[in-house]
Design a protein around this ligand. Sequence first.
Ligand SMILES: [Fe+2]
Length: 351
Amino acid sequence: MFLRNAWYVAAFGSEVTDELRAVELLGEWIALYRTRQGTPVALENACPHRKLPLSMGRIKDDQVECGYHGLTFNREGACTRIPGIKRIPPSVRVRSYPAVSRYGLVWVWMGEKSRADPELIFRVEHWDEPGWGRNAGGSMVVECNYLLVTDNLLDPSHVAWVHRSSFGIDECEEEPVQTTVAADGVTASRWLRDVEVAPFYLPLVQFKGRCDRLQHYEVRFPSHAIIRAVFVPAGSGGLGRPIHPQATLMDSYNFMSPIDAHRTRYFWFQLRNFAPSDVAISKMMDDGVREAFGEDLVILNAVERGLARQTTAPIDLALDRAGLQFRRALSRLIAAESGETMSDGQQLPAQ
Ligand SMILES: [Fe+2]
Protein backbone atom coordinates (compact mmCIF):
# COMPACT_ATOMS: atom_id res chain seq x y z
CA MET A 1 0.00 0.00 0.00
CA PHE A 2 1.23 3.47 -0.84
CA LEU A 3 0.44 7.04 0.09
CA ARG A 4 -0.74 8.61 -3.15
CA ASN A 5 -1.00 12.27 -2.20
CA ALA A 6 2.73 12.75 -1.95
CA TRP A 7 5.77 13.77 -3.97
CA TYR A 8 8.12 10.96 -4.94
CA VAL A 9 11.46 11.18 -6.70
CA ALA A 10 10.97 9.76 -10.18
CA ALA A 11 14.52 10.29 -11.49
CA PHE A 12 17.64 12.37 -11.27
CA GLY A 13 17.19 15.58 -13.23
CA SER A 14 20.03 14.56 -15.55
CA GLU A 15 18.04 11.46 -16.52
CA VAL A 16 15.08 13.50 -17.77
CA THR A 17 15.88 14.87 -21.22
CA ASP A 18 14.21 15.52 -24.54
CA GLU A 19 14.08 11.75 -24.99
CA LEU A 20 11.40 9.61 -23.41
CA ARG A 21 12.28 7.64 -20.33
CA ALA A 22 10.17 4.90 -18.75
CA VAL A 23 9.92 4.72 -14.97
CA GLU A 24 7.67 2.79 -12.64
CA LEU A 25 6.36 4.39 -9.45
CA LEU A 26 3.89 2.80 -7.03
CA GLY A 27 3.27 0.11 -9.64
CA GLU A 28 2.28 2.69 -12.29
CA TRP A 29 4.12 3.04 -15.57
CA ILE A 30 5.16 6.60 -16.30
CA ALA A 31 6.87 8.21 -19.31
CA LEU A 32 9.14 11.14 -18.44
CA TYR A 33 10.62 13.81 -20.65
CA ARG A 34 11.55 17.46 -20.59
CA THR A 35 10.16 20.20 -22.82
CA ARG A 36 12.42 22.59 -24.71
CA GLN A 37 11.85 25.11 -21.90
CA GLY A 38 13.17 22.54 -19.43
CA THR A 39 9.86 21.68 -17.77
CA PRO A 40 9.61 18.02 -16.77
CA VAL A 41 6.54 16.13 -18.00
CA ALA A 42 5.18 12.88 -16.58
CA LEU A 43 2.53 10.97 -18.52
CA GLU A 44 0.87 7.61 -18.09
CA ASN A 45 3.08 5.30 -20.10
CA ALA A 46 0.42 3.55 -22.16
CA CYS A 47 -1.22 4.65 -25.39
CA PRO A 48 -5.02 4.38 -25.00
CA HIS A 49 -5.19 2.50 -28.29
CA ARG A 50 -3.23 -0.72 -27.68
CA LYS A 51 -1.39 0.27 -24.50
CA LEU A 52 2.02 0.39 -26.11
CA PRO A 53 4.29 2.25 -23.69
CA LEU A 54 4.52 5.81 -24.97
CA SER A 55 8.18 5.70 -23.99
CA MET A 56 8.68 3.56 -27.11
CA GLY A 57 7.52 6.50 -29.24
CA ARG A 58 9.22 9.83 -29.81
CA ILE A 59 9.03 13.50 -28.87
CA LYS A 60 7.81 15.90 -31.53
CA ASP A 61 7.39 19.60 -30.66
CA ASP A 62 7.25 18.87 -26.93
CA GLN A 63 4.50 16.28 -27.49
CA VAL A 64 4.65 12.50 -27.41
CA GLU A 65 3.95 10.49 -30.52
CA CYS A 66 3.07 6.83 -30.01
CA GLY A 67 5.44 4.47 -31.79
CA TYR A 68 2.62 2.21 -33.01
CA HIS A 69 0.12 4.40 -34.93
CA GLY A 70 1.21 7.98 -34.31
CA LEU A 71 -1.40 9.03 -31.76
CA THR A 72 0.01 12.21 -30.22
CA PHE A 73 -0.42 13.58 -26.70
CA ASN A 74 0.43 16.95 -25.23
CA ARG A 75 1.99 17.50 -21.82
CA GLU A 76 -1.45 17.56 -20.18
CA GLY A 77 -2.14 14.11 -21.61
CA ALA A 78 -4.76 15.29 -24.13
CA CYS A 79 -4.69 13.61 -27.54
CA THR A 80 -3.94 16.18 -30.23
CA ARG A 81 -3.64 13.89 -33.24
CA ILE A 82 -4.90 10.56 -34.47
CA PRO A 83 -3.66 10.02 -38.02
CA GLY A 84 -6.63 9.46 -40.33
CA ILE A 85 -9.22 10.82 -37.87
CA LYS A 86 -10.45 14.42 -37.92
CA ARG A 87 -12.48 14.71 -34.72
CA ILE A 88 -10.68 13.37 -31.69
CA PRO A 89 -13.03 12.31 -28.88
CA PRO A 90 -11.97 14.17 -25.70
CA SER A 91 -12.03 10.86 -23.84
CA VAL A 92 -8.90 9.82 -25.75
CA ARG A 93 -6.19 10.90 -23.32
CA VAL A 94 -3.59 9.63 -20.91
CA ARG A 95 -3.17 10.61 -17.29
CA SER A 96 -0.66 13.37 -16.65
CA TYR A 97 1.13 13.68 -13.33
CA PRO A 98 2.33 16.95 -11.78
CA ALA A 99 6.15 17.02 -12.08
CA VAL A 100 8.67 19.46 -10.61
CA SER A 101 12.48 19.79 -10.87
CA ARG A 102 14.10 20.48 -7.51
CA TYR A 103 17.40 19.63 -5.83
CA GLY A 104 18.70 17.97 -8.99
CA LEU A 105 15.78 15.55 -8.94
CA VAL A 106 12.45 15.25 -10.72
CA TRP A 107 9.56 14.90 -8.29
CA VAL A 108 6.21 13.45 -9.35
CA TRP A 109 2.92 13.78 -7.47
CA MET A 110 1.06 10.48 -7.51
CA GLY A 111 -2.28 11.58 -6.05
CA GLU A 112 -5.05 14.08 -6.75
CA LYS A 113 -3.75 16.79 -9.02
CA SER A 114 -5.49 19.60 -7.16
CA ARG A 115 -3.48 18.80 -4.04
CA ALA A 116 -0.06 18.84 -5.74
CA ASP A 117 1.63 21.71 -3.90
CA PRO A 118 5.38 22.00 -4.62
CA GLU A 119 5.74 23.53 -1.14
CA LEU A 120 5.20 20.01 0.18
CA ILE A 121 8.40 18.70 -1.43
CA PHE A 122 10.88 17.52 1.19
CA ARG A 123 13.02 20.53 2.07
CA VAL A 124 16.77 20.18 1.73
CA GLU A 125 18.41 22.55 4.19
CA HIS A 126 21.64 24.33 3.23
CA TRP A 127 21.18 23.54 -0.49
CA ASP A 128 23.34 26.05 -2.42
CA GLU A 129 24.30 27.68 0.88
CA PRO A 130 27.83 29.17 1.00
CA GLY A 131 30.16 27.11 3.15
CA TRP A 132 28.25 23.90 2.46
CA GLY A 133 29.40 21.30 -0.01
CA ARG A 134 27.52 18.43 -1.49
CA ASN A 135 28.35 15.27 -3.34
CA ALA A 136 26.48 14.16 -6.45
CA GLY A 137 24.88 11.18 -4.75
CA GLY A 138 23.52 8.14 -6.49
CA SER A 139 20.76 5.61 -6.57
CA MET A 140 20.21 1.89 -6.49
CA VAL A 141 17.30 -0.48 -6.89
CA VAL A 142 16.68 -2.53 -3.77
CA GLU A 143 14.72 -5.75 -4.22
CA CYS A 144 12.49 -5.12 -1.24
CA ASN A 145 9.42 -3.28 -0.06
CA TYR A 146 10.16 0.39 0.62
CA LEU A 147 9.16 0.00 4.28
CA LEU A 148 12.12 -2.28 4.88
CA VAL A 149 14.26 0.67 3.83
CA THR A 150 12.41 3.08 6.14
CA ASP A 151 12.85 0.51 8.94
CA ASN A 152 16.57 0.52 8.19
CA LEU A 153 16.76 4.32 8.17
CA LEU A 154 15.05 4.56 11.56
CA ASP A 155 17.45 2.12 13.10
CA PRO A 156 20.80 3.67 14.10
CA SER A 157 21.75 0.43 15.84
CA HIS A 158 22.31 -1.56 12.63
CA VAL A 159 25.47 0.38 11.78
CA ALA A 160 27.40 -1.59 14.42
CA TRP A 161 26.87 -4.81 12.46
CA VAL A 162 26.11 -3.91 8.85
CA HIS A 163 28.58 -1.04 8.52
CA ARG A 164 31.37 -2.31 10.73
CA SER A 165 34.08 -0.94 8.43
CA SER A 166 32.46 2.44 7.67
CA PHE A 167 29.82 4.10 9.86
CA GLY A 168 30.01 1.72 12.81
CA ILE A 169 32.10 1.35 15.94
CA ASP A 170 31.76 -1.24 18.69
CA GLU A 171 30.56 1.44 21.11
CA CYS A 172 27.47 1.84 18.87
CA GLU A 173 26.06 -1.44 20.04
CA GLU A 174 24.46 -0.62 23.37
CA GLU A 175 23.46 3.06 23.48
CA PRO A 176 19.63 3.35 23.52
CA VAL A 177 17.74 5.36 20.92
CA GLN A 178 15.17 8.11 21.60
CA THR A 179 12.13 8.04 19.36
CA THR A 180 9.96 11.06 18.56
CA VAL A 181 6.75 10.90 16.58
CA ALA A 182 5.63 14.10 14.82
CA ALA A 183 2.87 14.96 12.38
CA ASP A 184 5.21 14.63 9.42
CA GLY A 185 7.25 11.60 10.43
CA VAL A 186 9.34 9.82 13.02
CA THR A 187 12.82 10.51 14.40
CA ALA A 188 15.19 8.11 16.10
CA SER A 189 18.28 9.71 17.59
CA ARG A 190 21.00 9.30 20.15
CA TRP A 191 24.20 10.99 21.28
CA LEU A 192 27.17 8.65 21.55
CA ARG A 193 29.55 10.08 24.15
CA ASP A 194 33.33 10.05 24.12
CA VAL A 195 33.68 7.52 21.31
CA GLU A 196 36.13 6.95 18.50
CA VAL A 197 35.37 8.52 15.14
CA ALA A 198 34.08 5.73 12.85
CA PRO A 199 36.29 4.86 9.84
CA PHE A 200 34.15 6.53 7.15
CA TYR A 201 34.19 9.86 8.99
CA LEU A 202 37.82 9.82 10.13
CA PRO A 203 39.26 11.71 7.10
CA LEU A 204 36.35 14.17 7.21
CA VAL A 205 36.04 15.21 10.83
CA GLN A 206 37.47 18.70 11.39
CA PHE A 207 39.25 17.97 14.70
CA LYS A 208 41.49 15.29 16.19
CA GLY A 209 40.76 12.76 18.89
CA ARG A 210 37.66 11.22 20.38
CA CYS A 211 34.23 12.67 19.79
CA ASP A 212 30.64 13.01 20.85
CA ARG A 213 28.52 11.90 17.93
CA LEU A 214 24.88 12.56 17.17
CA GLN A 215 23.01 10.05 15.07
CA HIS A 216 19.76 11.69 14.02
CA TYR A 217 17.61 9.48 11.80
CA GLU A 218 14.46 11.15 10.62
CA VAL A 219 12.00 9.65 8.13
CA ARG A 220 9.08 11.71 6.89
CA PHE A 221 5.98 10.55 5.04
CA PRO A 222 5.78 8.98 2.61
CA SER A 223 9.36 7.64 2.58
CA HIS A 224 12.01 10.36 2.65
CA ALA A 225 14.77 10.61 5.20
CA ILE A 226 17.42 12.93 6.52
CA ILE A 227 20.16 11.19 8.42
CA ARG A 228 22.10 13.87 10.25
CA ALA A 229 25.53 13.13 11.65
CA VAL A 230 27.16 15.60 14.02
CA PHE A 231 30.69 15.17 15.36
CA VAL A 232 32.06 17.44 18.08
CA PRO A 233 35.10 17.05 20.33
CA ALA A 234 34.39 14.63 23.17
CA GLY A 235 32.64 16.35 26.06
CA SER A 236 31.06 19.16 24.03
CA GLY A 237 28.04 17.40 22.55
CA GLY A 238 24.54 16.86 23.85
CA LEU A 239 20.94 17.84 23.47
CA GLY A 240 20.29 21.58 23.65
CA ARG A 241 23.97 22.56 23.78
CA PRO A 242 25.30 25.13 21.30
CA ILE A 243 27.02 23.71 18.24
CA HIS A 244 30.79 23.56 18.82
CA PRO A 245 32.82 25.75 16.38
CA GLN A 246 34.70 22.67 15.16
CA ALA A 247 31.51 20.65 14.68
CA THR A 248 31.48 18.51 11.57
CA LEU A 249 27.97 18.25 10.18
CA MET A 250 26.86 15.83 7.51
CA ASP A 251 23.29 15.62 6.27
CA SER A 252 22.49 12.54 4.26
CA TYR A 253 19.29 12.78 2.22
CA ASN A 254 17.57 9.55 1.29
CA PHE A 255 14.52 9.34 -0.96
CA MET A 256 12.77 6.02 -1.38
CA SER A 257 10.62 5.61 -4.44
CA PRO A 258 8.55 2.43 -4.41
CA ILE A 259 8.70 0.86 -7.86
CA ASP A 260 6.11 -1.64 -6.72
CA ALA A 261 5.46 -3.61 -3.52
CA HIS A 262 8.73 -5.54 -3.85
CA ARG A 263 11.21 -3.12 -5.40
CA THR A 264 12.39 0.32 -4.38
CA ARG A 265 14.60 2.83 -6.12
CA TYR A 266 16.66 4.49 -3.45
CA PHE A 267 18.12 7.96 -4.23
CA TRP A 268 20.61 9.84 -2.06
CA PHE A 269 23.05 12.72 -1.77
CA GLN A 270 24.89 14.34 1.13
CA LEU A 271 25.59 17.90 2.26
CA ARG A 272 28.45 18.88 4.57
CA ASN A 273 29.48 22.01 6.42
CA PHE A 274 33.13 21.92 5.32
CA ALA A 275 35.31 21.85 2.18
CA PRO A 276 32.45 23.15 0.03
CA SER A 277 34.19 22.94 -3.32
CA ASP A 278 36.64 20.13 -2.60
CA VAL A 279 36.07 17.66 -5.44
CA ALA A 280 38.24 14.98 -3.80
CA ILE A 281 36.13 15.09 -0.62
CA SER A 282 32.93 14.87 -2.68
CA LYS A 283 34.31 11.84 -4.49
CA MET A 284 35.42 10.22 -1.25
CA MET A 285 31.93 10.70 0.15
CA ASP A 286 30.24 9.41 -2.98
CA ASP A 287 32.44 6.31 -3.06
CA GLY A 288 32.16 5.65 0.67
CA VAL A 289 28.40 6.11 0.78
CA ARG A 290 27.83 3.89 -2.24
CA GLU A 291 29.91 1.16 -0.66
CA ALA A 292 28.09 1.45 2.68
CA PHE A 293 24.64 1.55 1.09
CA GLY A 294 25.70 -1.51 -0.89
CA GLU A 295 26.04 -3.23 2.49
CA ASP A 296 22.42 -2.28 3.27
CA LEU A 297 21.35 -3.54 -0.16
CA VAL A 298 22.71 -7.04 0.54
CA ILE A 299 20.93 -7.18 3.90
CA LEU A 300 17.63 -5.72 2.70
CA ASN A 301 17.40 -7.97 -0.36
CA ALA A 302 17.99 -10.98 1.87
CA VAL A 303 15.53 -9.79 4.55
CA GLU A 304 12.81 -9.43 1.88
CA ARG A 305 13.47 -13.00 0.76
CA GLY A 306 13.61 -14.22 4.35
CA LEU A 307 10.30 -12.59 5.23
CA ALA A 308 8.69 -14.02 2.10
CA ARG A 309 9.73 -17.54 3.16
CA GLN A 310 8.85 -17.17 6.84
CA THR A 311 7.35 -20.18 8.56
CA THR A 312 6.98 -18.41 11.92
CA ALA A 313 6.10 -14.78 12.53
CA PRO A 314 9.14 -12.46 12.89
CA ILE A 315 9.71 -11.02 16.38
CA ASP A 316 10.12 -7.32 17.13
CA LEU A 317 12.78 -5.81 19.39
CA ALA A 318 12.94 -2.45 21.16
CA LEU A 319 15.21 -1.19 18.37
CA ASP A 320 12.31 -1.65 15.92
CA ARG A 321 10.18 0.84 17.76
CA ALA A 322 10.77 3.87 15.54
CA GLY A 323 10.32 1.87 12.35
CA LEU A 324 7.10 0.35 13.63
CA GLN A 325 5.75 3.73 14.71
CA PHE A 326 6.51 5.10 11.27
CA ARG A 327 4.72 2.17 9.63
CA ARG A 328 1.73 2.57 11.90
CA ALA A 329 1.38 6.33 11.29
CA LEU A 330 1.85 5.91 7.54
CA SER A 331 -0.79 3.15 7.49
CA ARG A 332 -3.20 5.58 9.12
CA LEU A 333 -2.51 8.21 6.47
CA ILE A 334 -2.95 5.66 3.70
CA ALA A 335 -6.19 4.40 5.24
CA ALA A 336 -7.48 7.97 5.65
CA GLU A 337 -6.68 8.64 2.01
CA SER A 338 -8.63 5.65 0.83
CA GLY A 339 -11.46 6.32 3.30
CA GLU A 340 -10.85 3.20 5.32
CA THR A 341 -10.63 2.87 9.06
CA MET A 342 -7.85 1.00 10.75
CA SER A 343 -7.83 -0.98 13.95
CA ASP A 344 -5.44 0.37 16.55
CA GLY A 345 -4.78 -2.88 18.35
CA GLN A 346 -1.17 -3.31 17.24
CA GLN A 347 1.32 -3.45 20.11
CA LEU A 348 4.69 -1.72 20.01
CA PRO A 349 7.62 -3.28 21.80
CA ALA A 350 8.58 -1.58 25.08
CA GLN A 351 11.31 1.03 24.78
FE1 LIG B 1 22.68 1.15 6.73
